[in-house]
Design a protein. Structure first.
Length: 609
């Protein structure tokens, strides 16, 4: 029998490795920018065309490479970061595996132009599918210039499963943000299709955070700093009032490397226990400095998962550091000693002021039990009060007997077959959340918030279909600023937001002015409303117009609906019940949650029997 095991060609092996390292254009930018950082660059420029599908270019002013290093850099497991296995536990660089450049060259057409300081000429290298197709000397500035074109040109299945340009550009901006937040001393620029999206100058960490996420965030940041024998923790956390339901900016960095850590995320939220509502997210930017021997970053090719040797101890240090920042820097009301223009309140001086004790005068002959003609009054109770009381007791019993006279069908969804006509005109609100009303078949219980969501959702969808959305102008325009990654989603949602009735103008630099809101939604905070809608659209990740319209309508309805605990009058409850049964689906909200249920009459009789 002949041998069947064979060594794979290098090109095939590189394509297999690229499947783990290079997943999308954002992965290419991450690897190339991290290499530029390791090369000591002070200025890094990134240019993408068609969200990286057509072209990705990363230009830096780092140390550059020699002719031999430029050729060797595209070989598998060729790296300048480590020499032996023990070096994995003393890493001080972003990359170390030597897999990024070979993986990129295996699935794209790559051009590299590089020159080292002191060399007269640089090197221009051209690769296609792991094969070197050209090499020549060239005049170029010091540093490296990587140009990656036609990503996944030889892997059509991978290219077919790339998302839309808006989604891929959003992923690029997310990866870019994770890098620029670590190196505020480096200047970064990002261009997409010739348009500048990000331009960050070198500065302090706080300045870099506000440059990325908006200057308004500067007023909400609290500094965190603690230094122990186990680790050093620095960074910023948000004030309790900066908490949001979605779209929270939560970033952990370990030795300059972004990581995801649910255990430490819980530690931050634990420090805000009873300071923010349950389910809210707080922004934080926390940087750990740990001995490289105490962590393991060689777990996943993306290097976003890190294991800690002293995980529980660091958890306790993190909770204490965040609590200390909240208690030390949170603003509290201060005593105002400015008395200019205030009324003069004299200070009591017992030696100067002759104050007499107040005297109490009373009538010693007064007796409250002695009747007097002036205090005698006629009883206000009518003569026939007993007959009126018995009639009042019998009236509710007669109404209940008229309402509860049939049984409800079991195991079926509640339909509006004359149910709205059989309901009682009087409703009862239970704990500010549920509307309880008597119907022919039993006791109907309605979740008032979910019912209002369904009502508002169907009205908004009807407006979108008829293009009849009205706009209510706000008295003063509100300015909202988005991070670069959220700007892509905002641009995608802009036509649908305008169709819903929003009047939004782009101001540039990620800022937008909200000049109007949909009619009937005035009184709500327009900034929070738009931000929550964009966050919901980002979580949904949809770009289909129909699905996007449904997502935006549901988000707007959810944030404008009645809040739990809101007290309603009987007229308000009557309106909600009538509007609900005029909807196409009275049983469920658009996201599938139950709106109402009926407690059958025979079940009530069994409970009380």
């Amino acid at each position: 029998m002949s041998d069947i095991i064979q060594l794979l060609p290098d090109s095939v092996a590189n394509q297999i490795a690229a499947g783990e390292v290079i997943q999308r254009p954002a992965s290419v930018i991450k690897e190339l920018v991290e290499n530029a950082v390791d090369a000591g660059a002070r200025t890094i420029r990134v240019l993408v065309v068609d969200a990286g599908r057509t072209s990705i270019q990363v230009i830096d002013d780092g140390c550059g490479m020699s002719e031999t290093d430029a050729r060797l850099a595209f070989e598998r497991h060729a790296t300048s970061k480590i020499r032996r296995a023990d070096d994995l536990f003393s890493l001080h660089t972003m990359g170390f595996r030597g897999e990024a450049l070979p993986s990129i060259a295996a699935v794209a057409q790559v051009e590299l132009t590089t020159r080292m300081q002191g060399d007269d000429l640089g090197t221009h290298l051209t690769l296609q599918g792991s094969r070197v197709v050209g090499q020549e000397p060239v005049a170029c500035p010091v540093g490296s210039n990587f140009k990656v074109e036609n990503l996944f040109f030889n892997v059509p299945a991978r290219r077919k499963f790339l998302k839309t340009n808006a989604t891929e550009l959003n992923n690029i901006l997310t990866a870019f943000e994770r890098i620029v937040l670590v190196y505020p001393e480096i200047a970064f620029t990002l261009h997409s299709n010739g348009q500048e999206l990000i331009n960050l100058r070198a500065g302090s960490l706080r300045q870099r955070i506000t440059d990325v996420f908006g200057k308004k965030l500067n007023q909400e940041l609290l500094p965190v700093e603690v230094d122990t024998a186990i680790c050093r923790i620095t960074g910023f956390v948000g004030k309790p009032e900066s908490a949001r339901k979605k779209g929270g900016c939560d970033y952990f960095f370990v030795n300059g490397r972004f990581m995801k850590h649910a255990y430490f995320h819980k530690a931050v939220l634990t420090a805000y226990d009873r300071l923010i509502p349950v389910g809210m997210q707080i922004p934080y930017y926390i940087y750990f400095e740990v001995s490289p021997a105490d962590i393991d970053v060689n777990i996943h090719p993306t290097k976003t998962e890190i294991k800690f040797e002293n995980e529980q101890s660091i958890w306790q240090i993190l909770v204490a550091a965040v609590k200390d920042a909240i208690g030390k820097f949170c603003e509290v009301p201060t005593i105002d000693f400015d008395t200019e223009g205030r009324p003069d309140i004299p200070v009591f001086d017992p030696r100067r002021d002759n104050i007499q004790m107040p005297r109490v005068s009373y009538n010693p002959d007064y007796n409250p039990f002695t009747p007097s003609p002036a205090r005698t009054q006629k009883s206000s109770a009518p003569d026939q009060w007993q007959q009126l009381y018995e009639a009042a007791l019998q009236r509710p019993q007669q109404e209940d007997a008229r309402i509860f006279d049939d049984q409800v069908p079991s195991g079926e969804e509640i339909a509006s077959d004359n149910l709205i006509a059989e309901k009682s005109p009087v409703h009862y609100q239970y704990k500010g959340r549920y509307i309880m009303t008597a119907v022919k078949s039993g006791l109907m219980i309605i979740d008032q918030q979910r019912a209002d969501i369904r009502i508002r959702y169907e009205r908004l969808m009807e407006r979108l279909q008829q293009n009849a959305a009205g706009t209510q102008r706000v008295l003063f325009p509100e300015v909202i600023q988005f991070a670069p990654s959220a700007q892509v989603v905002m641009t995608m949602c802009m036509p649908e937001l305008q169709a819903l009735g929003f009047d939004i103008a782009e101001l540039g630099g990620g800022s937008y002015a909200v000049n109007g809101v949909p009619a009937g939604f005035d009184g709500l905070d327009p900034v929070s409303l738009v931000r929550n809608i964009v966050d919901d659209a980002a979580d949904k990740g949809t770009v289909d117009p129909a699905e996007l319209n449904a997502t935006l309508a549901l988000s707007l309805a959810r944030h404008a609906a009645l809040s739990p605990g809101q007290v309603l009058s009987n007229d308000d409850m009557e309106r909600i019940v009538n509007d609900l049964f005029a909807c196409s689906n009275v049983n469920y909200t658009p996201d599938g949650r139950a709106i109402l249920c009926i407690l059958p009459q025979h079940d009530i009789e069994q409970l009380l029997g």
